[in-house]
Write a new protein. Sequence first.
Length: 202
Amino acid sequence: MYRKEFVTMKQMKKFLSMLLALVMVLSMLPVSAFAAEQPVITVGSVAGKPGEEVTVNVDITENPGFWMAQWTVSYDTTRLEKVEFTKAVTDGFVWTNEGNNYVFENAANEDMTYTGTILNLKFKIKEDAPLGDAEVTIIDLEACDYDVEDVFFTINAGKVTVEAQPVTGISLDQTELSLDQGGNATLTATVTPATAYDKTVT
């Protein structure tokens, strides 16, 4: 009787040891191995000069499926001003927006797996924009699938790089000037374009 109980306890101990070892092995595996695939929103990057208009695309890739999403377009207002934000895809989708806030919904009663460009963001680079990068990104994003389960996105921010506008010409306010000996006059120089980064004339 005691031998039977001993064998049973020994078997149980062996089973628990194996279970503990399995738990330890699983705990060392990368979390990504169990993470659900996430859709990715990527905001493009472009470059331009003060006074120019540029278009930044917003793309969605690696999309396993979602039904509805809402988000806000955020950008550097010290360098950029909004011209127009247009929807790149409309067929089969319902869009609503207020200002820079958007709701993107599948018209069908199922998850959407669309990949490609979803928004075109047109900006004008301000005349007095400082040189450097103006971030453009998506914030406050919430999404769900048709079963109303949360869907989490990976968001890659983009940028508009403000480049120096070179001087293309200099003109004077007078084309001819006659001076007596010892006389002096003042000439006014105009640098073009008006948005040139350095308009210093020496």
